[in-house]
Ligand binder design. Structure first.
Ligand code: DC
Length: 231
């Protein structure tokens, strides 16, 4: 058997709005399959943080794209989900609601998206990649072996986020969370480039009221149906 070249490694694309469970589900799938994991949202979050630190306006397309080209980003591997910018751990910094909202602004800049494209594709390595984001199945890995679009009602996503933040000791207002989620959905879905939408060939899974383990096993079944080895 010939060895699969790195750029032909199978990709499982998991897209959907914030709070639909993509991160948790994707990490569990990557661990179960023994595949690599790409948290593409973290790239946009880091880019927004770096832009803020450089004093750039978040809508300065040329400046933000140039910054994206040269960013020194590091990710932990396996169970280590730490994220690094210029040798500094920024895992907690990029996870705030504000960092998410800022990421959504830089993510609307076509040149910034283009600048991050090759960096994302470089994560495609044998034995496979679970890629988590908004445009994994539509743009970055349009040839993914399986595309999944995870959704959940805005209320459920706000409730989940609320519980996560409260568990971390961060005090938030559920009404504010819900309006932030709606604003971010609107910005991500209405942008001209790579808007948030399911790929035509994606399996759409509504996770409202469904357990994480059920969603994970449903996706593993989809892979098995495509003759992908999930053992
Ligand atoms: O998945 P997340 O919440 O970490 O993503 C943060 C923002 O980054 C989100 O509002 C939209 C943007 N994003 C994107 O445009 N494309 C991706 N593939 C991933 C995230």
């Amino acid at each position: 058997m010939t060895e699969t070249p790195a750029n032909n490694a199978p990709v499982l694309a998991i897209d959907g709005p914030g709070g639909a469970g993509k991160g948790t589900v994707s990490r569990l799938l990557a661990a179960s399959l023994g595949w690599h994991y790409l948290d593409s949202g973290a790239l946009y979050r880091i880019l927004a943080l770096a832009a803020g630190r450089k004093g750039l306006q978040l809508d300065d397309e040329t400046g933000v794209a140039a910054l994206a080209q040269g960013l020194d980003i590091g990710f932990g591997t396996g169970a280590d989900d730490s994220v690094w910018l210029d040798g500094e751990e920024v895992s907690a910094l990029i996870r705030s609601e504000q960092a998410g909202a800022m990421a959504s602004v830089v993510a609307a800049l076509p040149a910034a998206r283009q600048a991050l494209l090759l960096r994302q594709r470089a994560f495609r390595q044998v034995p496979g990649l679970v890629a988590d984001g908004r445009d994994m199945g539509t743009v970055v890995f349009a040839d993914a072996v399986q595309k999944v679009f995870l959704t959940a009602s805005a209320q459920e996503r706000a409730d989940r986020r609320y519980k996560q933040l409260i568990a971390k000791g961060i005090d938030v207002n559920i009404g504010d969370l819900l309006s932030d989620i709606n604003a971010r959905d609107e910005r991500d879905s209405s942008r001209a480039v790579a808007p948030l939408r399911p790929a035509a060939d994606a399996a759409v899974i509504d996770t409202t009221g469904i357990s994480i383990s059920r969603v994970v096993s449903q996706i593993l079944e989809l892979l098995t149906d495509k003759n992908v080895n999930t053992q």
